[in-house]
Design a protein around this ligand. Sequence first.
Ligand code: CAA
Length: 397
Amino acid sequence: MGAVDQRDSALTPSFTPEHEALQSLVRRFAQEKIKPIAEQFDESGEFPLETIREMGRLGLMGIEVPEEYGGAGMDTLAYVLTMIEVAKADASHSTILSVNNSLYCHALMAFGTEEQKQQFLVPVASGEKIGAYSLTEPMSGSDAATMSSRAVLSDDGTHYVINGRKSWVTSGPVADVMILFTMTEPERGNKGITAFLIDASQPGLKRGKKEPKLGIRASATSEILYEDYRVPVANVLGKVGEGFRIAMQVLDAGRIGIASQALGIAEAAYEAALEYARIRRAFGSPIGQFQMIQQKIADMRTRIEASRQLIYHAVLAKARAKQTGGRYTTEASMAKLFASETAAFVTDEALQIHGGMGYSKELPLERYYRDARITRIYEGTSEIQRMVIARSELGLR
Ligand code: CAA
């Protein structure tokens, strides 16, 4: 067994009055504005632009971005609390929020130049534009470094010309700007990947068809096709050849967001199940009086709280890494792994407690069950998280 980390002096991040105010503001907004439309947008698969714009006006599209760059100037705990509340109301909204905040804005904050921040961060953090993150390709998912898209430097050295196909791009059908990871020097493997800032309105970029999906149906997902798309060298994010490290580092932040999303979905399903266990009667008493239901309630609640602690643990590790220049990869992967598997367990058990009513579209249980499924797949499958954690424990990274 690997050595257990004893470095945390605190077990949970510090909650300030600002965190509490944010949490109650987001809770009210999510319950009053998002929850009532969740079913309709799940059904239609339409992108919920109006509520996303409202979240932008509330400062939720760039929570950790400093105010001078259009964001709310808060910390990762604030982001986590927001993700939980939004996901509890509707997972689709939280997916859009998550990519904008912890993949797109985070990458620009960590690696962008001042000019890049002005042009590409300010409008996205303020919610005026929508950002996306483009890593996966049809033949490159978990093995992210093996990509076939290419960027070739123009003869005059002013532009790169990009060709290739990216898939599963969250917000792809609507995003104004994207971070693209593509090969500039294929012979160098993962050291040949470069990150680019892409303006989606320029010629040479085509949006593929919107993916029909099992869950998070209102978060639009599509392919993005590049055909001789010309991007100025000034749009290289970080250094040429540094793209894989940027992609991975950004995913560390993203995985805390997906863990929080999974926790929010689990909480929504759990609260519904708890209420149902109190009111539904069978064999002469409320079903909550039966030990088999009690066991489910106890296991659901315990796993939810364990997920929350792993998320807080990752938040603390991220803050510590910011000070020391270290990594929090393992902590983020553990939080994502456990919270997403908990969301699967809890939504399944909550549906089971509801019996036939859980299977009906009249209640949101079946939506929670479908929405939870993606959290074990995107931003790194559960299998990849286990690989990351085990490699770190074994000193193999
Ligand atoms: N931070 C910084 N550097 C990192 C890193 C991290 N988290 N992870 C890896 N690196 C570095 C390594 O240190 C190594 O550097 P050196 O070569 O200098 O030593 C380099 O990157 C290569 O690392 P590995 O040897 O570990 O690379 P690998 O090819 O074996 O793959 C992997 C590692 C963990 C499997 C990685 O490919 C991975 O995470 N795959 C999953 C990809 C993923 O999550 N995709 C989801 C895309 S986003 C999405 O879902 C859509 C959306 O819109 C939400």
